[in-house]
Structure formats: C-alpha cells, structure tokens
Write a protein that binds this ligand. Structure first.
Ligand code: SF4
Length: 68
C-alpha cells in the first residue's frame, strides 16, 4: 500500500518521521516526505499511528484501483 503526504497541508512538525522513520523523513526544507513506494506490512501500524498523530491531517493511505 502507498501512503501520501499532502504538501498543501503539511506544516513540517516532523511527527511522521519520528513515529515511522522507515517510511517518512523530513526533507532538506523541513517538510515531511514519504521515502518508500510501498509500505512494508510491518510498518503499517506505525503509518496508521502517524496518520493519527499528524497535527494537520496531511497523511493518507492511497487507495488505488487495480490496473486494467
Ligand atoms: S506530521 Fe504531518 S505536518 Fe508534520 S511533517 Fe509529517 S505530514 Fe507534515
């Protein structure tokens, strides 16, 4: 599964990178950034936590429809 940060909502608090450092980082400008294309199974609970903890509700799972 993929996860996205909405750059219009992110204010760079960095809680995502603290909560799930294998999935998010803070980029050179101080904004949250997703660093994996596909979130590993064992990271999903952490991502759910980051979604809850983000003070701007900027993080969301991407629900993609199957190709074809
Ligand atoms: S916790 Fe939310 S507002 Fe803070 S850096 Fe991450 S996505 Fe941005």
């Amino acid at each position: 599964m993929r996860v996205e940060i909405n750059p219009d909502q992110c204010e760079g608090h960095g809680r995502c990178a603290i909560t799930a450092p294998d999935v998010f980082k803070i980029d050179a400008d101080g904004w949250g950034q997703v660093i994996v294309d596909d979130v590993p199974e064992d990271q999903r609970v952490r991502v759910d936590r980051a979604i809850r903890l983000c003070p701007k509700q900027a993080i969301a799972w991407v629900t993609s429809t199957p190709a074809g």
